[in-house]
Design a protein around this ligand. Sequence first.
Ligand code: ADP
Ligand code: MG
Length: 242
Amino acid sequence: MSVLEVDNLTKTFGGLVAVDDFSLEVDEGEIVGLIGPNGSGKSTVFNCIMGLYDVTDGEIRFNGEDITSDSTHQIVTKGLSRVSQESNPIDLYSVSENIRLFTLPNSIRSLHGGASDEEIREYAARIDIEDKLHEMPSELPHADVRRLEIAKSLATEPELMLLDEPFAGMNQAEIGALAAQIERFREDGMTMVVVDHNMGGLMELVDRVVVLNNGDFLAAGTPAEIADNDAVQEAYLAGEGL
Ligand code: ADP
Ligand code: MG
């Protein structure tokens, strides 16, 4: 059963076609990689799914329901969450309070001031930052700031999580550790789409890869097939490599 269906999505900005008639289907429990050189439209696809951009054309369905015109709040409430490419913790608040803020849009929880300390500890533990809860975001190393962003997303209790460049700026050891942590979410029944600009952290993590190039669908296949695909290699030649 498809959790997410993106049908013939087009998004233009003035004369620029950022995403051109792009379709993507994600089944329950899958981890799908979405790659493409910088500027190929990956973040725009996520922004359209999350209701942050109005789509120019096409339809987006979550669990069979048309969410194309829903507000971001409605979409998050239905069980979709996105970890943005940019980290944006509130530096005035501790790690714990940053996570709690993301539990407030849930109206029942907000009556009680957000999630309990125990719930927050559990969200943090799922991404291994439970020992950082009382630190300030500005004190954290980059890899832990990215984990905080993921913990904030977990706090909305998503069924489908969209991760935009979770491995950016990390070294090989950090990429391996984070990939293993993300892989564990699958055991909790989560479905995921993971964006990266190349195959870096995705090789061992994802079931299949979809490639975007200049807003167009270019290829789809297993990570090994994509690593071997000549058209994909060519699309990356001008950039920093697959
Ligand atoms: P990627 O995430 O693959 O690097 P993006 O989706 O960020 O690519 O961008 C795709 C194209 O759309 C780029 O040419 C980018 O400049 C353009 N774009 C993205 N968001 C906006 C926006 N809000 N306004 C104008 N152009 C945008
Ligand atoms: Mg992007």
